[in-house]
Design a protein around this ligand. Structure first.
Ligand code: AMP
Ligand code: TRP
Length: 335
């Protein structure tokens, strides 16, 4: 009964690549804090991952690594449902149903579609890439999620999910909750160590600017010691000091110290000393995450067991909502 009263949180990540400090501090750590108070579903969206060219064997490996990283970052698979999208029956079916009320122009206008279509033009653009946001809407609506924590870049996709929920409700009568996006404030952004005007990202061309949660302490130290700083030698946050401000932000997020405290701690000391402190704080903070990751990723059977459990829980909820949807759209149930 208790879980009925809890609000449902759902979010998903594509199993592509490693999580970095920005993903950890700006996203996954915050999700883990919702677990006690909400009914949480965390999806690994392998069906989204096949919308651009990929290698099947890599996809399989990435699913294990992605699941292990989720757990290492604090998502407890005993207290939340970590599920694999392609193993829950209904995501693809709901995508189809929603696509039949979704104007094609809305999809062609999506910034991420235009972006990816440009980047992958040489290999040809598949219709799955165009339908990507409809699949994302289905991921959310199939669980009747109340709240969806996502990055700023997913705002447009979230608007579509809300529009499709509203449209379905008005065409077929009230069925879906209208999901709220929960987007972290700009202050939660971790910037690239090499180009502090752009955010830390796995697609950064200069990988020295990105701190991965699975980087060894030595690699973390090296990247932080070679972070771009600004002229002047003062440890002070300012608009014209994006490099130092970013390092202060990282130091503050990993130690809990305020900017004022950091400024006084390093007053009269050089950038070198400050960077060393930042490096040690990051190494310290990521140590248990990396250790947990290595322990989990080595245990395929454990990963499969919690993914299976999470997928079954997701399926139970999805099946309830899908039987309602099928009835509303006028499908006979002959199964
Ligand atoms: P992405 O890596 O773009 O798929 O983003 C996954 C999640 O991590 C989203 O919720 C983003 O808001 C968050 N995120 C990605 N990059 C950063 C960053 N540099 N700083 C803070 N949060 C980030
Ligand atoms: N498109 C999202 C991203 O790239 C991933 C995603 C797919 C998602 N389905 C979702 C996020 C449902 C939240 C809810 O970040």
């Amino acid at each position: 009964m208790e879980s009925e009263a809890k609000k449902v949180v759902l979010t998903c990540v594509q199993p592509t690549g490693r999580l970095h400090l920005g993903n950890y501090l700006g996203a996954v750590k915050n999700w883990s804090e919702l677990i006690g108070t909400h009914e949480c579903y965390f999806g690994i969206v392998d069906m989204h991952a096949i919308t651009i060219p990929y290698v099947p064997a890599d996809l399989r490996k990435n699913v294990y690594e992605c699941a292990a990283q989720y757990v290492a970052c604090g998502l407890d698979p005993e207290k939340s449902s970590i599920f694999l999208q392609s193993s829950v029956v209904g995501h693809a079916e709901l995508t189809w149903i929603l696509s039949c009320i979704c104007p094609v122009g809305n999809l062609e206008r999506m910034t991420q579609f235009k972006d990816k279509a440009r980047r992958h033009a040489s290999s040809g653009i598949c219709s799955g890439l165009l339908f990507y946001p409809v699949l994302m809407a289905a991921d959310i609506l199939i669980y009747n999620a109340d709240m969806v924590p996502v990055g700023q870049d997913q705002k447009q996709h979230m608007e579509l999910a809300r529009d499709l929920a509203q449209k379905f409700n008005s065409v077929y009568s009230d069925t879906f909750k209208i999901p709220e996006a929960s987007i972290p404030k700009a202050g939660a952004r971790v910037m690239s160590l090499q180009s502090p005007d752009s955010k830390m990202s796995k697609s950064d061309s200069n990988q020295n600017g990105t701190l991965y949660i699975t980087d060894s302490p030595d690699v973390l130290r090296k990247k932080i010691m070679s972070a771009v700083t600004d002229s002047g030698g003062e440890v002070r946050a300012a608009a014209d000091k994006p490099g130092i401000t970013n390092l202060m932000n990282i130091y503050s997020a990993t130690t809990g110290k305020s900017f004022e405290l950091i400024e006084s701690e390093f007053s009269g000391k050089g950038y070198g000393e400050f960077k060393k402190a930042v490096a040690e704080a990051v190494v310290e903070r990521l140590k248990p995450v990396r250790e947990k990751y290595e322990e989990v990723v080595a245990d395929k059977a454990y990963i499969e067991s919690f993914l299976k459990r999470g997928t079954e829980a997701a399926q139970r909820r999805a099946s309830r909502i899908m039987s309602k949807v099928r009835r509303k759209v006028g499908f006979l149930d002959l199964r």
